[in-house]
Design a protein around this ligand. Structure first.
Ligand code: R5P
Length: 319
């Protein structure tokens, strides 16, 4: 895919913070444009320093910045970039946040907790973003935390296409928790497979414990579908449990490779044959040791950006 420049597209500019410049560059290449020039650094006192170094007056500007680790740093870069672009008279600013951090804190699970995902949405609104373009929010309800339009892409079709091409024998798609059943169900419809559901609990934060499983996995190839891999505990425990119940092989597909702490070695040491994720978050070289395959979301984001810029429907991208 690639686009010829037109007069109108000359007004499209993409800027990036430091969170995932490789993805930003890849998207810009698909769109046949250069990344916008901006200093995104730090003052000696630790404060974030932003300076947009080209004219954006009247432009349709997209700011790419997943709010992955270092999450607070990346969030501040995003907010200050939006503010700088607004004050420099950009006509429209779209925050492109392929991975939306703080999304797991989208409700109170006990008293005296913040709803961090809502506060982050408020911050992006108040900074001056006109729209948000994102992918696979941990909870779709987060879309409603914004008062600006949200375009919510899915990696499911890309991941399913990869799995389909593997021609796995007797596949069954597995949701690793009750909250992911909708996602797993639409994945299984894409590849024509059965469905199994795991009941998971978290006895303490970041610890996953498999309680029960519904569905037939004996003698089948299991494909666990999730939105993110954080500590890797959910996938590793689910894979062990599936093998114990007779699954012949276990694969995993998850949009966001957060890979916190020892996640990569937990995945490497698990029974997972292959873990497929995307580049919404920049990943380390160690991924190949852990049988992790990365699928690029750049063409999809490039297409979405071009459609937003041209006021075209994005519906075709969601099917
Ligand atoms: C949970 O609700 C999510 O969908 C993922 O299952 C979870 O974030 C994975 O976390 P971890 O890799 O730490 O088990």
């Amino acid at each position: 895919m690639g686009y010829a420049k037109t007069a109108m597209e000359g007004r499209l500019q993409i800027f990036s913070g430091n969170a995932n410049r490789v993805l930003a560059q890849e998207i810009a290449s698909y769109l046949n444009i250069n990344l916008g020039r901006a200093v995104v650094g730090t003052f000696k006192n630790g404060e974030t320093r932003i300076k947009v170094e080209e004219n954006v007056r009247g432009s349709d500007v997209f700011v790419l910045q997943p709010t992955c680790t270092p999450v607070n740093q990346n969030l501040m870069e995003l907010l200050f970039l939006i503010d700088a672009l607004r004050r420099a008279s950009a006509a429209r600013v779209t925050a492109v946040v392929p991975y939306y951090g703080y999304a797991k804190q989208e409700k109170k699970t006990t008293g005296r907790e913040p709803i961090s995902a809502k506060l982050v949405a408020n911050l992006i609104d108040v900074a001056g973003a006109d729209r948000l373009l994102t992918m696979d929010l941990h909870s779709p309800a987060i879309e409603g935390f914004f008062d600006i339009p949200v375009d919510h892409l899915q990696a499911g079709p890309l991941l399913a296409e990869y799995i389909r091409e593997l021609n796995l024998p007797d596949p069954v798609v597995v949701s690793p928790d009750a909250g992911g059943v909708g996602r797993a169900n639409s994945f299984r419809e894409r590849i024509g497979a059965g469905l199994a559901i795991i009941a998971k609990q978290r006895p303490q934060p970041d610890v996953a414990e498999i309680l029960e499983m519904v569905g037939e996995v004996d003698g089948k190839t299991a494909i666990i579908v999730d939105d993110m891999i954080s500590t890797g505990g959910t996938l590793a425990e689910a894979a062990k449990s599936l093998r114990a119940r007779g699954a012949l092989g276990v694969y995993a597909c998850a949009t966001h490779g957060v890979f916190a702490g020892d996640a990569i070695s937990i995945i490497a040491d698990s029974p997972l044959v292959e873990t497929i994720t995307t580049n919404t978050i920049p990943l380390t070289a160690k991924c190949s040791d852990a049988r992790i395959r990365i699928i690029s979301v750049a063409p999809l984001f490039a297409e979405a950006i071009m459609r937003i810029h041209k006021d075209l429907s994005l519906s075709a991208l969601f099917t």
